[in-house]
Each structure stands twice: as structure tokens, then as C-alpha cells.
Design a protein around this ligand. Structure first.
Ligand code: UD1
Length: 374
């Protein structure tokens, strides 16, 4: 049987791999293995997602952990090479734009193993952003480039990628969202946090460009404290952000702000239960821009650019930059009821995992019984 290896490592990977894994399992015509690099290792950043998404525990765990970019990526590469030489996969499937993605892409292509990149073609055009470097290199090395939207196809074509390698499959993360929504809706999270539907804001911040800069971080947290004067703000704090808040001595001020609820990182279902009923989401995350678009919840993205322009052109997202005055003004507007109503982009339909499974079967020359694509 032909063998596919999936690589996961960081929190935003799990909800992308789960639907592909499930669709391949349902077909039963390919063998598959999940390798976890260990880039994220806290239970709240990793383990809980496997349980929430019904993704079986990884067959292989490399246990790499944190480090500088070079250190982390290099360690992953050394360990992955050993596993690939032993397991001899016919295809390696990577998702997103994290360091685990680029590490796997480099090892796979040097071993002349076919490489598939799910979420290909996204570009922020910010070359200093670590994820942008990971995206550009991974796409360059991939044999299959699976895109979530037509803007991604256009970016790849502009970079000279042969169109025969590009496949518009839709947004796989939305498969996880749609299949989990009912379960998330049944959780008592709002009650536990003392919130009412559409009566609160959700905030997340973790981009190094925002949180590693003390002045910028203080400005952004200042906006959240102001917003909390109007409506409660739920703020699940990423470990990187938690560390910076503590180093800057900002913890006590935040903890003492009535209405601002700093909580630990949430599991997938728990987080979905709060984002889906929020009045507003304020974030610098990539994935959350897409999830709010699928949920049609207003989103203010606290960055200068987005690699996901479809969430702005079609969805409910607005890119508001990092100037506190501008963010405050936008938040006030949304809270006063003035916000754009988005639509759901094409092929964000919950069937992307099936289309990918079909594509892999065809690519590997495996006869298919069920077809969802082409
Ligand atoms: C990574 C991804 C980013 C993604 C984010 C989601 C890269 C380059 N960045 O950023 O694209 O949006 O994941 O969270 O791959 N830490 C813990 N526990 C953990 C993991 C990390 O405490 O389980 C702390 C460590 O101090 C670590 C820091 O967080 O040094 C940063 O972790 P790292 O994986 O390097 O990057 P993220 O900021 O999480």
C-alpha cells in the first residue's frame, strides 16, 4: 500500500491535518502516518487538539521543542530524515507555514520524495515575517500545491509555478470548523466565563512582530483594556505573549482591569464555542481571520497586511494595522453596530479534506471508489 506521511508541529496544524486524515482513512486505499515534531509541546497547545478533533495520537513524536529558528528547524530536519529513510513514504503532506512545515519540505525534497503543501500560495509580501519565508520556500519545493482560494493560485502563477501543479481545493480548516460546530455549541464555556451570546469580545495576540516589541505590545494591550470598559474581553494568552507580559511587568495592570479576562490557551472546541458567539474578534492570527469569515463574525486584524485577502474582500475581516488609535476607532464602530457583513468564500464548504484525499489517491495512482473532486 502506498504511504502518506503527515507532518504536524504547531497549534494551527492540527485542525488542517484532521480532515485530510479522516478522509484518507474513510477511503482505506492509502496507509498514513502522522509525525509530530514537538514544536508545540504544552498540553494546551497540542494534546487537547488531538482529542477535540478526533485525530489519533501521532505514530511518531520527535520531541524537538522550542529554540531559535535555525536550531529548531535544523533539529527537526535531522530527526525527520531518519524517519523518512526508514518509513520510505510515497508522499509527504505538509500544512500551513510554521517551522515544522519548512523543515519537512527541505528534508522531503532532498530525499526526492514527492511533497504536497496544503494552504499553498498565501503571501503577506512581508519578507521579514518568519511564516512568509516558510511559505515561499515550501511552495517552491512542492510537487502538489493545494490552494484555499483563487488569490493564492494567482500568487503562485506570478512566481512562475507551473499551473499543472496548482490545485484549488478550498480551505481545509473550515472542514474542522463545520464538523465541530455542533459539539462546540453544546459546551458551557460562555456560562462558565459569565458571558452572554454577542455580549463580549474575543482577543488573541501572538505574532512576534506585535508581542516581542514592548512599545507595540503595551499599545495593543491598552486598546484591549479600553474595549473591556464597554464589553467583556476574553483574552486566551499564548505562551510567547504570556512571557512578554510578565517580562514587561504588565500582568498586574491587565489582571486588575475589570472586564478583561486573561485565560490560558483554550482547546479547539472551547475556543470555537467562544469565537462563534462573539460580537467582535480582535486578533493577529492568520487562522482566526478565516474562522471568523466562515462564522460571519466581525474580525479586526491587528497587523499591517494579511496573507489571506479573501477574508477582507469576501469575508468579515478588516485589517486595521497596529496603531492603537485606529484600532480603537474600528472597535468602537463595530461595537456600535456598524460592521461589514461578509460571505463565505467558494469551496470553504467542509469537503476540502475529501478533495485532498481524492487528489492524493490519483497522484499516487490508487484506484478510488468514492470521488468528491473532478
Ligand atoms: C508558531 C508559528 C506561528 C503560529 C503559532 C501558533 C513558526 C515560525 N511560527 O509561533 O506561525 O501562528 O505557532 O501558535 O513556526 N512555547 C511554549 N509552549 C509551547 C510552544 C511554545 O511555552 O507548547 C513558548 C516557548 O517559549 C517558545 C515560544 O512559545 O519559545 C514560541 O514558540 P514557537 O513554536 O517558536 O513559535 P510560536 O510563537 O508559537
Amino acid at each position: 500500500m502506498k504511504k502518506v506521511i503527515h507532518i504536524v508541529g504547531a497549534r494551527p496544524n492540527f485542525m488542517k491535518v484532521a480532515p485530510i486524515h479522516r478522509a484518507i482513512s474513510a477511503r482505506g486505499s492509502l496507509q498514513q502516518l502522522v509525525i509530530h515534531t514537538g514544536q508545540h509541546y504544552d498540553a494546551k497547545m497540542s494534546d487537547v487538539f488531538f482529542a477535540d478533533l478526533g485525530l489519533p495520537p501521532p505514530e511518531i513524536h520527535l520531541g524537538i521543542g522550542s529554540g531559535s529558528h535555525a536550531e529548531q528547524t535544523a533539529k527537526m530536519m535531522v530527526e525527520m530524515e531518519k524517519v523518512f529513510l526508514q518509513e520510505k513514504p510515497d508522499l509527504v503532506s505538509v500544512v500551513g507555514d510554521v517551522n515544522s512545515t519548512i523543515a519537512a519540505a527541505l528534508v522531503t525534497s532532498k530525499l526526492a520524495i514527492p511533497l504536497s503543501h496544503v494552504e499553498a500560495g498565501l503571501r503577506s509580501f512581508e519578507r521579514h515575517q518568519p511564516e512568509e519565508i516558510n511559505r515561499v520556500v515550501t511552495d517552491r519545493l512542492s510537487d502538489l500545491l493545494l490552494t484555499p482560494s483563487r488569490d493564492a493560485d494567482a500568487n503562485l502563477l506570478k512566481e512562475g509555478i507551473d499551473p499543472k501543479h496548482i490545485h484549488l481545493v478550498g480551505n481545509v480548516m473550515i472542514d474542522s470548523l463545520l464538523s465541530s460546530k455542533e459539539k462546540a455549541d453544546q459546551l458551557p464555556t460562555l456560562k462558565t466565563l459569565g458571558l452572554t451570546p454577542k455580549g463580549y469580545v474575543v482577543a488573541t495576540l501572538h505574532r512576534p512582530s506585535n508581542v516581542d516589541n514592548p512599545k507595540l505590545l503595551a499599545g495593543l494591550l491598552g486598546v484591549l483594556m479600553d474595549v473591556a470598559k464597554q464589553l467583556p474581553v476574553v483574552f486566551p494568552v499564548h505562551p510567547r505573549t504570556r512571557k512578554m507580559i510578565s517580562e514587561q511587568g504588565l500582568g498586574p495592570k491587565l489582571e486588575q482591569t475589570p472586564g478583561l479576562k486573561l485565560v490560558d490557551p483554550m482547546g479547539y472546541l472551547e475556543f470555537l464555542s467562544v469565537t462563534s458567539q462573539a460580537k467582535l474578534v480582535m486578533t493577529d492570527s492568520g487562522g482566526l481571520q478565516e474562522e471568523t469569515t466562515a462564522l460571519n463574525v466581525p474580525c479586526l486584524t491587528m497587523r499591517e497586511q494579511t496573507e489571506r485577502p479573501i477574508t477582507v474582500e469576501v469575508g468579515s475581516n478588516e485589517v486595521v494595522g497596529t496603531d492603537p488609535a485606529r484600532i480603537r476607532e474600528a472597535a468602537n464602530r463595530v461595537l456600535a453596530g456598524d460592521f461589514k457583513k461578509g460571505r463565505v468564500p467558494e469551496l470553504w464548504d467542509g469537503r476540502t479534506g475529501e478533495r485532498i484525499a481524492d487528489l492524493y489517491a490519483r497522484f499516487l495512482g490508487v484506484a478510488e471508489t468514492k470521488r468528491a473532486f473532478g
